[in-house]
Structure formats: structure tokens, C-alpha cells
Design a binder for this molecule. Structure first.
Ligand SMILES: Nc1ncnc2c1ncn2[C@@H]1O[C@H](COP(=O)(O)OP(=O)(O)OP(=O)(O)O)[C@@H](O)[C@H]1O
Length: 294
């Protein structure tokens, strides 16, 4: 059943079905040629995520949104996805997270050597995939610290590690609050309830820091942030980046990419990645608009 409050992290609390993975084999794989430019190949042991010829429709209307996406992400890389409004960026992110609004109709996604499309959203989260949404959801009646503690322990349980009690967990989370420049009282407030837009984004990055995700998908974390908040959020993202984990961020603006340096920039157009390059691609875009690179 589709749910209003989808998030792989929140799925620890609210279990979902994942229609996208079960139905995908009922469709013939798209044979449309894609124009994606793959990142240069290196050792396959570095591979974190490999998306091949991914196509997806909206579950309800069957309207095709993704039309053959190819993307390779290795450990330690930062990928930025840019593109005009409506080109399919958020849909791609949500399909990676296992959002039930979409059905995969072709292609494959391998994550850490596993078939991601065979995994439930919560299994994806436990396997280290984190998604920050454009509009983070509010969870009335659930305090931020309880939510974080529960999500953190759920992952630890699956990894065979001992759970942390409230006091130990407070000791773990407190330094991470500093990383995102959030006051302690945010821990006792209900998840995102009454938070400003910027506070919600900081809270998303706090979740990322707490969960220690290996692959973070950040959908427009820069939207609605003032300059200071943008720097705080970028500093926090940089603070959680290591040579072992990777980030896929969706953005419209060069300003974010000046703080979080991308390894590759991809341009999405009409449900496909049509161009891949370095920061100069975003600079051209900023100067001349999409007509310069379409
Ligand atoms: N659940 C849905 N129901 C109806 N239409 C949808 C749904 N999800 C995506 N779409 C449509 O698919 C297209 C791609 O949407 P998507 O949100 O992926 O674009 P985007 O590139 O992220 O855009 P933006 O830059 O404006 O955030 C849009 O035309 C959108 O209206």
C-alpha cells in the first residue's frame, strides 16, 4: 500500500510494500539508446552503485518518467545531478530509495553487489542507503531523539551490533548536533514539526550523520537555505564524507557545488542522463543556461 510518509528511514516505523521491484520483470526492457557518458572505469571492487538502462513509470498512471538512466558511483565519489524542472531527477532519487509511487519497468540497479530492486525500502536503508527529501516529512508525537535512536538501533540490530540505550545514544548524537549547528532542544521536539525549512534540512543531515550512511541521496538540500545555513549543511555533509561513502545530490545551483565539491556532474533531460562532466558543466549552466549544453 502506498503511504503518505515515505522515507527509507521512516520505514523502520511504518512498513511498506515495494511494488516497483516486483513488477519490473513483467515489462520488456527498454531498448532505447541512452546518451549517458559513463564515468571512467576503474576497479570494479570500488563500485558502490551501478544503474543500467533504468526505466520507470508512475505506478498509478503508468506514465513513463525514467527512460534509460545509466550511472556508476564508486566509493568516495560525489555526484551531482542537475537538469531542468520536470526532467526526472527526484523520480530517479525516489526510485533508488524504493518509493512505492513508481514501478521500475526495465534495467538494473546493483548496490554493493546486491540487486537493489529486490530489496524493500527499509532493507535499502539498513544496507546504508539514505535519502534526504526535498520536503522532509513531519512526524507528530515522535521526538527527534527517539526517532533517531530507534532508526540507529534498527540498523545496528541488523548489523549484529549492540543497541544503544537513551543515555549512551545521547552521548553519540550530541557531537553530531554541533556538526550541523543545531541546538540540543531540537532533539526533544517532534520530528520536523514546526521546524523552519532550513531547520528541516539540517535535521535531514543530522539523520545522515547519525545513521552513517554509505550512500546518501540528497534532493535539493540547498533549497530555501540562507547563506549561513547552506554553509552549515555543506560543512556537515563534507564532515560525513569519507573515502568509503558516496553522495548523489540533486541541485539547481552552482553555489552548493562550490561547498561540496562534486567528482562528476550529470545533466538529466527527459528521463535520461544526457551529459556527464566536471564542475565546468555547472559553471556553463550558471552562465548560459540549459541551451548551452542541451
Ligand atoms: N507521483 C507522481 N504523480 C504524477 N506525476 C509525477 C509523479 N512523480 C513525478 N511526476 C512527474 O514526472 C516528471 C518528473 O518529475 P520529477 O519530480 O522527477 O522532476 P525533477 O527533475 O525532480 O523536477 P524539479 O527540478 O522541478 O524538482 C514531472 O513532470 C512530474 O510532474
Amino acid at each position: 500500500m502506498a503511504m503518505a510518509l515515505f522515507s527509507p528511514t521512516f520505514s523502520f516505523r511504518i512498513s511498506t510494500s515495494a511494488p516497483q521491484r516486483r513488477r519490473r520483470r513483467c515489462f520488456v526492457q527498454s531498448s532505447q539508446a541512452t546518451v549517458a557518458i559513463e564515468a571512467p572505469s576503474s576497479s570494479t571492487t570500488d563500485l558502490l552503485l551501478q544503474v543500467k538502462d533504468l526505466s520507470a513509470v508512475i505506478a498509478e498512471s503508468k506514465q513513463t518518467i525514467l527512460k534509460g538512466v545509466n550511472l556508476t558511483v564508486r566509493h568516495g565519489e560525489v555526484h551531482a545531478v542537475m537538469g531542468k524542472n520536470g526532467s526526472g531527477k527526484s523520480t530517479f532519487a525516489k526510485v533508488l530509495a524504493g518509493h512505492p509511487d513508481y514501478e521500475v519497468t526495465g534495467g538494473s540497479i546493483m548496490y554493493k553487489g546486491l540487486d537493489l530492486l529486490e530489496m524493500e525500502p527499509e532493507e535499502r536503508a539498513i544496507a546504508g542507503l539514505f535519502m534526504s527529501f526535498q520536503s522532509p516529512v513531519e512526524i507528530p508525537g515522535v521526538s527527534n531523539i527517539d526517532f533517531l535512536n530507534m532508526a540507529y538501533n534498527a540498523r545496528r540490530r541488523k548489523l549484529g551490533l549492540p543497541e544503544l540505550g537513551p543515555i549512551e545514544f545521547y552521548g553519540y548524537v550530541a557531537p553530531k548536533l554541533e556538526l550541523v549547528n543545531m541546538k540540543t532542544d531540537f532533539l526533544n521536539r517532534n520530528v520536523n514539526e514546526g521546524f523552519s525549512g532550513g531547520e528541516k534540512k539540517r535535521n535531514e543531515i543530522l539523520q545522515l550523520a547519525v545513521l552513517g550512511a554509505e550512500f546518501a541521496i540528497l534532493d535539493e538540500i540547498d533549497s530555501g537555505l540562507d547563506v549561513d545555513a547552506l554553509q552549515d549543511v555543506a560543512k556537515a555533509v563534507n564532515g560525513v564524507l569519507t573515502s568509503k561513502n558516496s553522495v548523489l545530490m540533486i541541485t539547481h545551483y552552482l553555489r552548493l557545488l562550490e561547498f561540496i565539491k562534486p567528482t562528476y556532474i550529470h545533466i538529466m533531460e527527459n528521463g535520461r542522463i544526457v551529459k556527464t562532466g566536471d564542475i565546468s558543466l555547472a559553471e556553463t549552466l550558471e552562465r548560459e543556461g540549459y541551451k548551452a549544453i542541451s
